[in-house]
Design a binder for this molecule. Structure first.
Ligand code: ZN
Length: 473
């Protein structure tokens, strides 16, 4: 239930026609059930602000939200008369995260589950207010989820829908990917999904250069953007063909595989990362091409970490969120990786971390996501938080890692004018944290309130609602 509002605020709510266009005209019961703070004017007082731009935190700030937008930020910002006040003492306010690889489905070794219930709730509960889905297993389920969030029928982040995966011919029975056989087919399929309302498409590991080129040229005419989980096309060639973004940091780059054949996904790509020097001329050349064309790179260290023996640290909250079957499948897979040492060598994982840091230090636009797939240990939202922790382990400062997960993501999606940092005039996409992630990055998990377009959602209540259900619905 929504908390009772003060009379002053209730009166002001009657003037709801003035609220931002982002806010639905009405909020249904499944939304209001999770709303803790909702008023035309809200002031978060005496709070530490991490603005999402990599700058040092500022103490003792007041942040004013009016009609869904950030109206004022500062130590002396005036609290409007009648504003609902939230005491931020001892707490931190950061921008809502922009998740760049945040599927609406979930996998373990045993299941693929479209998660229109748990995904939006757990993303929002974890402080993710904007999501690019980056590969749909069921595009119409995603489109319907987006519409239901926009209508105010279900709570969730702002969604940028990515159509079905585009790969090469020959995908196996049961795959939902499109195996592009020809350039004509690539153009036809891209035009179809543009008309259906997706805003991005993702290439997968088997796509040919010719199909990629045809798809990109057609899609750009419709305003679509393209990213890729690549393999058959190395990063530098994909950049030359006009790709807009690339997923998975180092881990899908065949630029360094000398055994690679054109248009084929080589089984030796992972081998080529062993001993790779991130300061070598080959790596510098990749970065130079990407930076020259402003191609963003998404960090998903969190999903690769699942295949490193005895990582990540087991978190009770992660196990609690899983359905019993999903939990068993995850723990079984995790134990097998530890026993057989069959996953990703720790050295290669660390090279992947160093690669992302070097890309950002060279001036590249690095964003962050979760990819809630693999063996199931990286959950919606929780995994976005874990990826920020891993960026700090990689050598980013905490505020830089938060910048990667917030303003950099907004820049990669072309929406930095509206979200991704705490600045006057932007959408009030804000996360109130009971702690100080600038001092201790793990505090990023202590989310209390999440504002999306100025509506404050109760994190704990959303987490309680998905308990035992990730992997089931
Ligand atoms: Zn993915």
């Amino acid at each position: 239930m929504r908390r009772a509002l003060t009379p002053v605020v209730s009166l002001a709510l009657l003037a709801a026609g003035t609220v931002s266009a982002q806010r639905p005209a009405r909020l249904g019961p499944q939304v209001t059930n999770f709303v803790a703070v909702d008023a035309p004017a809200i002031a978060i007082t005496n709070v530490r602000v991490i603005d999402g731009m990599g700058t040092a935190p500022r103490e003792g700030q007041t942040v004013v939200i009016q009609n869904g937008k950030i109206a004022a930020v500062g130590a002396g910002a005036a609290v409007p008369a009648g504003a609902r006040t939230v005491d931020g003492s001892g707490k931190t306010l950061m921008p809502g995260m922009v998740g760049l690889h945040d599927h609406s489905y979930y996998t373990t070794s045993g299941r693929v589950v479209q998660s229109n219930f748990t995904a939006p709730l757990l993303y929002l509960a974890s402080g993710v207010t904007t999501v690019r889905t980056t590969g749909a297993n069921n595009p119409y389920a995603e489109l319907n989820l987006k519409r239901s969030i926009e209508r105010g029928d279900f709570p969730g982040p702002r969604l940028f829908i990515t159509g079905p995966y585009l790969t090469g011919p020959g995908q196996g029975l049961g795959s939902t990917m499109v195996g592009l056989n020809s350039e004509d087919e690539a153009r036809r399929i891209v035009a179809y999904w543009a008309a259906e309302g997706v805003s991005w498409l993702k290439f997968y590991t088997g796509v040919s250069r010719a199909a990629m080129k045809a798809a990109i040229d057609e899609g750009h005419k419709h305003g679509l953007k393209f990213t890729g989980h690549l393999c058959s096309v190395p990063y530098r060639e994909a950049v030359a063909l006009g790709i807009d973004a690339i997923e998975h940091g180092l881990f899908a780059n065949s630029d360094y595989d000398k055994t690679r054949k054109p248009d084929e996904c080589s089984p030796n790509m992972m081998q080529s990362f062993i001993g790779l020097d991130v300061k070598s001329p080959e790596v510098t050349a990749t970065f130079k091409d990407m930076i020259a064309k402003n191609v963003a790179l998404t960090s998903t260290l969190v999903v690769y970490e699942l295949f490193v023996a005895n990582r990540p640290p087991l978190e009770q909250r992660v196990l609690d969120a899983m359905s019993p079957d999903a939990r068993t499948e995850y723990l079984t897979s995790r134990a097998r990786i530890a026993e057989t040492n069959s996953g990703i060598p720790l050295d290669v994982f660390k090279t992947g971390m160093a690669y992302e840091l070097a890309f950002a230090r060279a001036g590249g636009l690095l964003g962050s996501g979760v990819d809630p797939t693999g063996n199931g240990g990286a959950l919606f939202g929780y995994g976005n938080q874990r990826n920020v922790e891993l960026l700090v382990e990689a050598g980013f400062t905490p505020v830089e890692a938060i910048q990667v997960a917030t303003s950099n993501g907004a820049k990669a999606l072309g929406i930095f004018g509206e979200t991704g940092s705490i600045a006057v005039g932007k959408n009030a996409d804000l996360v109130l944290i009971a702690g100080n992630p600038a001092a201790q990055i793990s505090d990023i998990k202590k989310v209390e309130l999440v504002f999306r377009d100025g509506i404050g959602f109760d994190s704990a209540k959303m987490i309680a609602a998905v308990r035992g259900l990730v992997g089931a619905r």
